[in-house]
Design a protein around this ligand. Structure first.
Ligand code: NI
Length: 199
């Protein structure tokens, strides 16, 4: 068990797809422990193996808050088997220290994975909760996809990146998301109306 260095945006390995885990071996278990230790040390809600320099399909999440007991969740070889709805998610990432921007996410996801003992489980996260959004964020890391690839406002994202001395957006990586786009437009319109009302 040890705290590992978190790889920062700009490092090529963050863009590489990660490999399937063939066996939940001692080595895999120790990577899981390192991920959890590092996530807690950095006050993150999620961390994926490529972020500690291990290009394997593993991520961990803990969305417990305040006085709640810790609730570490381990996902090995995860697959998203269902997704629906849309939500605007204000996100950051331990590989992008202090930079935050709004991104497009599905509101509901169902994920299938192995736990740290190699047992298969299915988990459903709904209504755009932190857990639902976090699963998508961490899952993306295993495919070399980063949260800024789902950006809503490129100007805001560029400003955040430059303010925190991070490399600029990689425009060729920004995803076309036709299933999310109309829903996100609606949500943005509602948000604008609400903001105008408050004035
Ligand atoms: Ni991240």
């Amino acid at each position: 068990m040890s705290i590992r260095k978190v790889v920062k945006y700009g490092t090529p390995s963050l863009r590489e797809p990660s490999k399937e885990v063939h066996k939940v071996s001692q080595k895999v278990k120790s990577i899981v422990e390192d991920l959890l230790d590092t996530m807690y040390k950095e006050n993150g809600v999620g961390l994926a193996a490529p972020q500690i320099g291990e290009n394997l399909r593993i991520f961990v999440i803990d969305v417990s808050t305040g006085d709640e007991p810790l609730n570490p969740m381990v996902f090995i070889n995860p697959k998203i088997i269902k997704k629906s709805g849309a939500v605007i998610s204000h996100e950051g990432c331990l590989s992008f220290p202090e930079a935050f921007t709004d991104v497009k996410r599905y509101a509901n996801v169902m994920v299938k994975a192995l736990d740290r003992n190699g047992r298969s489980f299915v988990l459903e996260a709904k209504d755009g909760t932190l857990l639902a959004r976090c699963i998508q964020h961490e899952f993306d890391h295993l495919n070399g996809v980063l949260f800024i690839d789902h950006v809503i406002n490129r100007f805001d994202a560029e400003a955040q990146l430059s303010e925190h001395n991070l490399p600029p957006l990689e425009l060729d990586k920004i995803l076309e998301e036709p299933e999310l786009e109309p829903e996100i437009e609606k949500l943005l319109e509602e948000k604008t109306k609400q903001e105008e009302k408050q004035k």
